[in-house]
Ligand binder design. Structure first.
Ligand code: PLP
Length: 374
C-alpha cells in the first residue's frame, strides 16, 4: 500500500529475455497413478525386488545425511562392460544426473551460447528445444523422411558441414517415431564435425539393440556424448537417475553446472540394486519385445494405420478423432499420448508397449471405441 492506502502497481524483476519468451516443456504429468500408463513409455511392472528390498533397508538416520555417490560410476561401468566395450571406461567418464532430463539441461547450460545452433530432428523428444531456447540458441530441425520416418542422414550431414552447430542431438531410437541410426553412421557424422558435440540420447536403446557404446573409444571420438537412464527399463522413473557417458573433459564440464547433491540417496541406493540385477531388466525387455511383436501383428491384421519400429512405443492413427479415443481410453483406465501437436505425425496417438497382458487390455479397449463410428 502507498501512503494513500492504494495498492502499489505490481512490479516484478525481469527474468532473462530468453526465459521470458520461451515455452516450457509441456506434458500431462499429473493424475496418472492407478491407471494403465501407456503414455510416458515407463516400465509397467515396477523395479526389481532387489530395489524394493534395498530401499526398505535404508536406515532412517541416512535421510538426514547428504547423499554419497562413491562406487556408482564403477557399478555402471561393470553393468555395461558385460556387453563388451571397444575401450575400457573410467569412472570420470560417467556423469551421474538427476535423470537424463537433468543431464540434457546441464549440456545446454555448459555449451549453449546465445546465438549458437542446436541441430536436431523432428519430431523428437520435446525437452531439447526448450533447453536450447533457454540459452537463446537457434534450433534447426530436420524432418524424418518418408512414410517410414527414416533418419535424414544426407540432410543432417549437409547441415553439420554448412552450419557447424554447437550441438547435434540425436534420439536413438527416436521418441516418438522409433527410428534407428547405426552406430557406424553416428561415428561418421562425429568425424565430420569435431567442433560439434553430438549428444546421442540412448534412453530406449535396450529396445532397439543399437548403441554406440560398444564401438566407441572416447579418446578417439571425444565429441560424442551418450545418455542412458534407469527410468524406462529398470522402472526407476520416480526416483530420477540418469547417466552421461563420454570423454572425461566433457563430463567434467557438464557436471560443473549441476548441483553437488542433485541426486538423492534413495535414487543412489535404488541404482546400485538395479544395476546389480541386470537379469530383471533383461527379462522385462524380453517381455516388451514379445508384446511389441504381438501388437504389431494385431495392427497389421486389422489394417490399422500405424508405425512401429524400435523403442517401447508405437504410433497409431485412429479412424475417430484422436482426442475422442484418448478420452474413451482414459475412461477405461488406460492412458495414451496424443501427438496432435507434433510435426509430421499429427492425428496420431503414441502408445507405450508394456507386457503382453497390458497390450491385450489396450487392444480390446481401443477396438471397442474405435468401432463406434457414427
Ligand atoms: C528420449 C528421452 N530422453 C530423455 C528422457 C528423460 O529421461 P529421464 O527419466 O532419465 O529424465 C525421456 C523421457 O521420456 C525421453 O523419452
Amino acid at each position: 500500500m502507498n501512503s494513500d492506502n492504494q495498492p502499489l502497481p505490481f512490479i516484478q524483476p525481469q527474468a532473462r529475455i530468453e526465459v521470458e519468451e520461451m515455452n516450457a516443456y509441456q506434458a500431462p504429468l499429473e493424475g496418472r497413478r492407478n491407471l494403465l500408463r501407456l503414455d510416458f513409455n515407463e516400465n509397467t511392472i515396477g523395479p526389481s525386488p532387489l530395489v524394493i528390498e534395498a530401499l526398505e533397508n535404508i536406515p532412517a538416520s541416512h535421510i538426514s545425511v547428504y547423499p554419497e555417490y562413491k562406487g556408482l560410476q564403477e557399478a555402471f561401468i561393470k553393468n555395461v562392460s558385460d556387453i563388451g566395450l571397444a575401450a575400457p571406461l573410467e569412472p570420470e567418464q560417467i556423469g551421474l544426473f538427476n535423470g537424463v532430463d537433468a543431464a540434457i539441461h546441464s549440456i545446454f547450460h555448459a555449451y549453449g551460447n546465445k546465438g549458437d545452433q542446436l541441430l536436431t530432428t523432428k519430431p523428437t523428444f520435446g525437452y531439447y528445444t526448450p533447453c536450447a531456447h533457454m540459452q537463446g540458441m537457434q534450433v534447426i530441425e530436420i524432418p524424418y523422411e518418408g512414410e517410414h520416418f527414416q533418419f535424414p542422414l544426407e540432410q543432417v550431414h549437409q547441415e553439420l558441414i554448412k552450419q557447424k552447430p554447437k550441438l547435434l542431438f540425436i534420439c536413438n531410437p527416436n521418441n516418438p517415431t522409433g527410428t534407428k541410426v547405426s552406430a557406424e553412421k553416428i561415428l561418421q557424422l562425429a568425424a565430420l564435425a569435431p567442433n560439434t558435440l553430438l549428444v546421442i540420447d540412448e534412453l530406449y536403446e535396450a529396445f532397439s539393440g543399437e548403441s554406440v557404446l560398444p564401438v566407441i573409444d572416447f579418446n578417439v571420438t571425444p565429441n560424442v556424448l551418450l545418455l542412458r537412464s534407469l527410468s524406462k527399463t529398470a522402472g526407476l522413473a520416480g526416483l530420477r537417475i540418469g547417466f552421461a557417458i563420454g570423454h572425461k573433459k566433457i563430463i567434467n564440464l557438464i557436471k560443473r553446472v549441476s548441483g553437488p547433491y542433485d541426486i538423492n540417496s534413495f535414487a543412489v541406493t535404488a541404482a546400485f540394486a538395479a544395476l546389480k540385477d541386470q537379469d530383471y531388466i533383461d527379462n522385462y525387455v524380453a517381455q516388451v519385445l514379445e508384446a511389441r511383436d504381438w501388437i504389431k501383428n494385431q495392427l497389421e491384421f486389422s489394417k490399422t494405420i500405424h508405425h512401429i519400429e524400435a523403442g517401447n512405443y508405437f504410433l497409431l492413427w485412429p479412424k475417430r478423432e484422436p482426442e475422442e479415443i484418448e478420452a474413451c481410453l482414459r475412461e477405461e483406465g488406460i492412458l495414451v499420448r496424443n501427438m496432435s501437436n507434433k510435426p509430421l505425425i499429427g492425428r496420431s496417438l503414441r502408445v507405450s508397449v508394456g507386457t503382453k497382458v497390458n497390450m491385450q487390455n489396450f487392444w480390446s479397449a481401443f477396438n471397442k471405441h474405435e468401432s463406434k463410428i457414427d
